[in-house]
Design a protein around this ligand. Sequence first.
Ligand SMILES: [Zn+2]
Length: 718
Amino acid sequence: MPYDPTSLSNLDEVKTTHIHLDLAVDFAAKTLTGSAELDVEAIADNVSKVVLDTSFIDIRSVSVDGQALKHTLEKRHEKYGSALTIELGHSLSKGHTAKLVIGYATTEECTACQWLEPSQTVGKKHPYLFTQCQAIHARSLVPCQDSPSIKLTYSANITAPLRAVMSAVATGEEKQANGATTYKFQQKTRMPSYLIALAVGNLEGREIGPRSTVWTEPEVIEAAAWEFVDTEKFIRTGEEFLTPYDWGRYDLLVLPASFPYGGMENPCLTFVTPSLLAGDRSLVDVVAHEIAHSWMGNLVTTENWEHFWLNEGFTVFVERKILGHMQGKEHSEFSAIIGHKALVESVDLYGKDHPFTALRPCLRGEDPDDAFSSVPYEKGFNMLYYLEKQLGGEKVFDPYVRAHVQEFAGRSINTDDWKAFLYSFMEKHHGQEKVDILNKVDWEAWLSGTGMPPVENKFDDTLAKECNCLCKKWDQSRHEAKPQEFTPQDLENFSSTQRVVFLERVSELAPLPHSHLDLMDELYNLTTVRNCEIKFRWQMICLAADYEKIYPEVAAFASTMGRMKFCRPLLRSLYLAKNGSELARNTFLKHKSFYHPIAATMIAKDLGLSNVNVHSEMEPSHVFAAQLLDALPEPEMAEIQRRQSDMSVSIQKASASLSALNEFSAAKWAVLHPKFEAHTRAIKELQADLDYVFRRIRAMKTKLNLPNLDDDDEEEEE
Ligand SMILES: [Zn+2]
């Protein structure tokens, strides 16, 4: 019986086998309206109700065979949404089925849907819609059993004024009288609800392989087709390593630059950020990762989000196998070293005792998005890598990984299922000797222990050594007026990943003199590089050194790249850099409509502009504060406003420096320390200001006889 703490559905009584969606896209209203047909099957006797997950969905009708059914939308659970309880009117016995038809519309609060304005697209002429359902947002796109333990097929008719694409195979299109077109889709391979995906926009497709088309806006189609030309090679390498590709098509959708994330493995149609268009095919290992998901995650799926490592750890393991086959072993080992660093950073960020640093965390009552980090990816990879080494290397482990896919394809599994099969495979094919090895593994520490893995793997560091060496040379040259030992050839034989690692190492040093940065740029052409990963690290190094020449470049990059990995740290660092704060704020304010609302909200906070109207309406507490200020006598108000502005400056500086601290490694402490101390003082002053304002507000409330909006807080304070 499936267990999923993050779904409100009665998973122990029914399962959904197919969903058919019939939806119309309305860009003006920012809604999807229509119906979902769910084929449900009883997996127990006497099933009289079906409970579905929903979140901010407007349910309009529920019926079966044209007969309306009694249904209730339960009170909203803060993290898991509102359960929709449907009374079937009669009992289903085990194995019996019903076809539920639910009329509904999405609302502006549905977190799965991101509606972009034309200004957020490359072409700037047409609006754009895309969805992101992982981890538990599918329930805000369609009422469903939103648990990865449920695997279903789906089909859809999407009526839209612009081209629609989905995580399924397109089966036809039909022009409508009103000028819109109905796009039809079918997904025949059973998959979890979090992989339902839709995008609608001014899209053009270009074939890049026998089963692959890249989709994007016409303005970037050439660049995208060129960048991803090796897609078929990745798929074939995956097939050689595992089993034949099961999904028919493997298309890519390159989203507008305001797409705030890196990539999403939606089946038949991977979603990716345009920041992968490096112009040198150097960042396509993200594509290798998403292709690896075709087997790990999409075909063999975690039963619930507590075993997310089965998706991501295995995917990283296969991604590095593909890389190793295509580029050589030292490249996959190098990738493992970079991954290990990301794991160290995640563990540092949470703290080594934090439950979310365990490979198999408990998520009862938790939002899986909060537990998202490098841990399932890299700790999971490290365990598989360790097991491979212990059990005798590739010749033993490769056949096992293939057998794992064959055994579990089409199913949702948990860590116990995984482990039981590992044991039985090793016993069957290699006998007691391998079982004895498995018995010596400290499973408790690997699976339930927090912090770093119990065993540290040794990776081949050939490629990392060169990066460290070059960085050290620059560090040692810092007191020379004109260092002579560097040439453009230093980086010539470095891969893009090595360049990134070299720059990461430099960023851990105390800032280099400006003359050195001049020289580095002159020799290595870092300012003009197109590769976003390199450009980003170079700009961060310059900002940390208050190197003002780079500021206009930072403003240009951060206002055209909405992937949060890049734009947030850049604007935040520009804001903290000498003479940079105004440019950071102006850049953001000028391009506010370009950013995704999630990104815009975060950046506004980073830059101390939380009062900027990212959403069109004022929050009730702001309205109340405005009324309160209106009611104040002039001098009082001037004083409050003065202190308020002091406060917001302090808050922004403190929060910027705290978030910066979170991201930096200990080596950067020396650089940040003085800034941090200044901000600590600012926080103390802020506390005094806050006390003053609270006292005044309380006094004014009493004087004006205004209602208390936050009684609880006040009682606690007094
Ligand atoms: Zn992944």
